[in-house]
Ligand binder design. Structure first.
Ligand code: AGP
Length: 607
């Protein structure tokens, strides 16, 4: 999704803007631009395509004050004229989010004589601010007045060549933080863009507006009331967002999973027992009378929720429902104040998940828990309880390590709920904790399958469709495998619980339809084998991920790879890894843009 970088410093900030945009590339974008104050004018450079092109275009640009943007098209096609910044009179604006009342603003401003040169909602902000400056010449106050007229979600950054040396930023609904330092002050959509200049971050709240100069930072609410926001020292390491020796971020992130899981599970420490307190100081109190769980999430995060449903009901005996956030927020549901709402999100900024959480709270469902990878994100801040997965920054659009760490967090939730419901003996608890601790080692062993999976991937190069099959708690893993394959290799893929095959999808099976099956050695293995026979009988090509001890033989049209060990309840965490590797290598074979697949954004901050 769109990314913003802004800077006011004592030296040339163009390289900082460009480097910041490069760090935000992972969010997804189709065009980029920057504007700086250059003497008595605004100098603007925009390009369709990669930030690298913008870098070339701005090679001779220098300034101490500027704003920059990567755009992900919503209003208007990707084109140079729709790329930000948008200019009106002496000002330039970049914007992340969606302005819902832009049509009426556009009508009014056109009637006042403003000429629109783009199809964007953002250009309305530029002209509205320019019109406001005629009545209120102070830029900071003019931005406050302008923002009060905007309906929708936004993070904006503004410069004015008639008031040089300052950048005004504001946020409502879309992420924006400040980076403060002795040599300059900065703003960006996320911390990774600013680590190049500072670790000291200030997270703006919705309704905050800030004025940055090279030596000062002033923050108020939109009505002008001054506010103080704490400075957080970011723990993100710059190396964590570097590619290192890997070819792609997705590959790096797949291989970081042992470490990400170890970090996430560190909270359990050397203990043989876990306490509700790992979800927050008030967790024991809040969970005491929970009678059911409702998980809200989108995409991959919803798949971790669907997996956890099996655990929560089987181990903790707690009814659990999972709802796609974008659906839940608009349907009439029966509120249950004793239900625990669990919002799962890698980014913590997904607009649909945030809106679903707010919707649940508006219904009086105040027992809320965030499972999230970004500690200062909106979803974390709006939940009563929190569990921060410690996957480190996930740059590849296709979520991998965020998913497996979410699963680890959800398994901890299962154990805590099982304890609260007195369904877990100390012996069982200790066995599960030992299995969790062993996970990083087990994942490492699964990663050793990469070269075998590479061989399989070559056979997918000319395929247009694929079916993923799983049963029980591995059905959501099949869903995740299908999502991974389609989002990065553009092969149409669908997931089915294997028992559903004969109720429809079997009609699709022929030699051109690879069928990928997750076949752990559990109580459903024999049933699954019968389902696979149905595929084989129709000439389908089967790719089976079995466990070391599964009785699954290779035969004509049946290829089998074995995971090193059967991992019981935690098996879904191991079985998703070969599916991530398969998608990655199929995408390599197909030559797609692995980390930035077409049409997709990493952080979906608009509805
Ligand atoms: C994952 O590979 C996808 N890119 C996507 O489905 C993602 O999981 C979804 O948009 C939710 O994002 P979140 O976890 O940041 O809320």
């Amino acid at each position: 999704m769109c990314g913003i970088v802004a800077a006011a410093a004592g030296k040339n900030i163009v390289p900082v803007l460009v480097e910041g945009l490069k760090k935000l590339e992972y969010r997804g974008y189709d065009s980029a631009g920057l504007a700086v104050i250059s003497g008595a004018s605004i100098e603007r450079v925009r390009s369709v395509g990669r930030v690298a092109e913008l870098e070339i275009g701005s090679a001779n640009t220098q300034s101490v004050t500027g704003i920059a943007h990567t755009r992900w098209a919503t209003h208007g096609v990707p084109s140079e004229r729709n790329a930000h910044p948008h200019v009106s009179g002496s000002i330039a604006v970049v914007h992340n989010g969606i302005i819902e009342n832009y049509e009426s603003l556009r009508r009014d401003l056109t009637a006042q004589g403003y000429v629109f040169t783009s199809d964007t909602d953002t250009e309305s902000i530029a002209h509205l601010l320019e019109a406001t400056l005629k009545r209120e010449p102070d830029l900071f106050k003019a931005v406050q007045i302008t923002c009060r007229q905007l309906v929708g979600a936004y993070a904006i950054a503004v410069i004015d060549h008639s008031q040089p040396g300052k950048v005004i930023v504001a946020r409502e609904g879309s992420p924006l933080l400040l980076g403060v330092s002795d040599t300059g002050n900065y703003a960006a959509s996320d911390a990774s863009a600013l680590l190049q200049v500072t670790r000291n971050m200030v997270y703006l709240e919705n309704g905050d507006i800030a004025e940055l100069t090279a030596t000062s930072v002033k923050i108020t609410r939109l009505d002008g009331t001054p506010v103080e926001r704490p400075v957080h020292v970011s723990q993100l390491s710059a190396a964590a967002v570097e590619l290192g020796n890997y070819q792609h971020y997705m590959q790096k992130e797949i291989f970081e999973q042992p470490e990400a899981l170890a970090n996430t599970l560190e909270i359990v420490g050397g203990s043989k027992s876990i306490q509700p307190g790992i979800f927050g100081a008030d967790a024991a109190n809040l969970m005491a009378d929970v009678d059911s769980i409702l998980i809200l999430a989108c995409g991959t995060s919803s798949h971790s929720g669907f997996t956890a449903r099996y655990w929560l009901e089987a181990i903790a005996g707690v009814t659990c429902n999972v709802e796609i956030a974008s659906e839940y927020r608009y349907r009439t549901s029966v509120a249950n104040p004793r239900q625990l709402i669990v919002a799962i999100s890698q980014s913590g900024e997904t607009a649909d998940t945030l809106a679903a959480l707010r919707h649940a709270k508006s219904l009086g469902q105040m027992k809320t828990l965030a499972i999230c990878n970004v500690p200062e994100s909106a979803i974390v801040r709006e939940c009563a309880l929190r569990f921060i997965t410690r996957a480190g920054p996930e740059i590849g659009v296709a979520s991998t390590k965020a998913f497996t760490t979410q699963l680890a967090a959800l398994f901890l939730l299962t154990l805590v709920m099982a304890k609260v419901k007195e369904r877990l003996t100390p012996g069982q608890e200790s066995v599960y904790i030992d299995q969790l601790r062993h996970l990083p080692v087990a994942v490492n062993k699964v990663l050793e399958l990469e070269s075998d999976i590479e061989v399989w991937a070559k056979r997918f190069a000319d395929k247009h469709h694929a079916l993923f099959l799983g049963r029980g708690r591995h059905y959501p893993i099949a869903m995740e495998g299908a999502l991974k394959l389609k989002e990065i290799s553009y092969i149409h893929a669908e997931a089915y619980p294997a028992g559903e095959l004969k109720h429809g999808p079997l009609a699709l099976v022929d030699a051109d339809m690879p069928v990928i099956s997750i076949a752990p050695n559990d109580q459903l293995l024999d049933k699954l084998k019968s389902n696979l026979k149905e595929v084989q009988a129709r000439g389908g090509e089967l790719y089976v991920f079995a466990d070391a001890d599964s009785e699954m033989a290779e035969s004509e049209g049946v290829h089998v790879l074995r995971l090193p060990e059967h991992y019981g309840e935690l098996s879904p965490i191991l079985h998703v890894i070969p599916l991530q590797l398969l998608s990655y290598h199929v995408a390599l074979v197909k030559g797609t843009d692995v980390d930035k697949p077409r049409n997709l954004a990493k952080s979906v901050t608009v509805e």
